[in-house]
Design a binder for this molecule. Structure first.
Ligand code: SAM
Length: 308
């Protein structure tokens, strides 16, 4: 059987570790840290880590399959100066990374989402550029490479009030990543390169965890329990509820969406002496947010609505 990865050590479970992440502690030294967003199979990230053993490297990637490939590559290269975070770069930068963390950031061939109704998925709108600016050290650089001219122009159009000085040009193939080779094979030989230098700091504070309020209610009726979804600045959607009558534990599955963060987890309603305790189910990795609290509130309200 093929091994998917050889070591999970470079992977940081950002939802479960103490936030913000302390890179000096993670790497065991104080060194300049670089960031790659959407590293794909990790070719460029690992190559840079090999070329610059005096620096540390952090990659954020949405797809688990890509992370597995990058973990294999890291093990194969034997580098110790790379760490990977699985997830959407936007909430990770906002919630796990302190301002002025990185000396350099790059995104190679980010998905251009060409269809208009998909533009909401695009990375590097004005707000995200401000966030990225804040997570770069003063004088730090963000480097973006794309084959897609319309997307490139869109990013250029988002630069107002982002604290960056821009340098844009077309370049020949130079990074030898999977997507560069893909576009090259399709006959594209000219790519769009944008270097953004941080000239002014954008204040985008770290989004802090919200202290969770755990509830206890007097009664719980699994046959009539129906928590109400929430739909305003946060969205809370209840999916299903399971009940174990022997252990007197119910689990309700919920999806909470707020800003760029989507969280799937279970809420436990468990018998505890004379009362029922409501809390996020142990073992579910979640970020304590206003939305998670709203979900707990909705469960409590649904229980109390049934009290006689
Ligand atoms: C077109 S691929 C490019 C991969 C690689 N950089 C290369 O040049 O071969 C874009 C990558 O960005 C990742 N990605 C897309 N949106 C992301 C997000 N919001 N946060 C982190 N990674 C993301 C995708 O999963 C994919 O691996």
């Amino acid at each position: 059987m093929r091994a998917y990865y050889r070591s999970l050590k470079p992977l940081i479970l950002w939802r479960e570790v103490a936030r913000p992440i302390d890179w000096a502690q993670v790497f065991g030294r104080t060194a300049p840290v670089e960031l790659e967003i959407g590293f794909g199979n990790g070719e460029y990230l690992v190559a840079r880590a090999q070329q610059h053993p005096e620096r540390d490297f952090v990659g954020i990637e949405l797809e688990w399959e890509s992370v597995q490939r990058a973990l294999r590559r890291i093990a194969g290269a034997g580098v110790c100066n790379v760490r990977l975070l699985l997830g959407d770069a936007r909430p990770i930068l906002a919630r796990a990374i302190t301002p002025r963390s990185f000396v350099r950031a790059y995104a190679l061939f980010p998905c251009p989402w060409p269809k208009k109704h998909h533009h909401k998925h695009r990375l590097f709108d004005q707000r995200q550029l401000q966030l990225l600016n804040s997570r770069l050290q003063d004088g730090g650089e963000f480097y973006l490479l794309t084959d897609h001219e319309e997307y490139f122009q869109w990013v250029l159009g988002n630069l107002t009030d982002t604290g960056f000085r821009a340098f844009a040009r077309t370049v020949p193939p130079s990074v030898d990543t999977k997507y560069e080779r893909k576009w090259l094979a399709e006959g594209k030989t000219c790519f769009f390169e944008l270097t953004l230098t941080k000239v002014e700091h954008c204040e985008v504070p770290l989004v802090e965890d919200v202290p969770m309020e755990i509830y206890r209610v007097r009664s719980f009726d699994p046959t009539r329990f129906q928590p109400a979804n929430v739909s305003d600045n946060v969205h809370v959607i209840f999916k299903e509820t399971r009940y174990d009558p022997v252990r007197q534990i119910a689990m309700t599955r919920v999806v909470v969406t707020e800003d760029d963060l989507v969280q799937h987890f279970w809420i436990e309603i468990a018998r505890e002496g004379e009362v029922w305790r409501i809390r996020p189910a142990p073992g579910c990795a979640f970020i304590p947010t206003v939305g998670v609290q709203r979900a707990l509130d909705a469960v409590k309200d649904a229980c109390e609505a049934l009290e006689g």
